[in-house]
Design a protein around this ligand. Sequence first.
Ligand SMILES: [Zn+2]
Ligand SMILES: [Zn+2]
Length: 268
Amino acid sequence: MQSPEQCPVPCQRCGAGMSPAPDGGTARYADVIPLVCRYCGYAETLTRDDRVRVSRERVALLRMAQDAAEAPARHAEQIIGMRPWLGGVVVGGVLTLNALNGVGTAMAAIERAGPAMDAAARLQALQGVCVTPLLGIGLAAGMFGGWTLAMRRYRALVTPGRWARSPLSPGAPARCRCCGAGLPEQWGAMVECGFCRTHNLLDRAVIDQREALLLSETALHQARAAGVIARANEFSASFGQWSLVGAAAGAVVGGVLGYALALALARA
Ligand SMILES: [Zn+2]
Ligand SMILES: [Zn+2]
């Protein structure tokens, strides 16, 4: 556990961790700490006695705002954890076996009937066994495709929101994305902040894209200082929609393919 003195005092306006004022302008008295926000320029002076209390209060507020902003993403994470696509794979598998069996039986009947069965009758016999299973298989496959697409978008849009903040200087520790406190080095892991308990993903990109990430962090804090609260997880609300679109498209494709298959087999 880090000592409370190591926790940054979040800026009242933008939430970024404040730094000691460079010139220590008001540090004439030993019991006051002049602080300045390097992101939005807000300056304030705290007494040494107040520092830890003020820091704790503001970190708690930040944490509450963070929890509210991330609620939709957590909902999506629960859905991901349930692996709903497993059901689709099982249904698709059963339908495939069923289809092979049904087509085999129908073909055997056509063979037995021989020339007594005309093309229209053959199509009649094959239609049901081809169209229904392929419709189901297309539905399951389309759902799976839509899910994969949604997961890719989730990883691209939501996962970076979990990343820890980049080190302020090369070699310095990565910082908590909520309160800005330094984090222990555990690359690739979700690391809990010792101050605010926020979970941070220590992705290597935090180092590799350090400069770009620091710039976007500045933009974020400045937007916050101007009263804009970023809705970081808008995508999460539409999570699952792609599975439905995929399922509908897959069912149509499956139905058409099934009919085409029945036609081809009937003509053969
Ligand atoms: Zn600020
Ligand atoms: Zn934190």
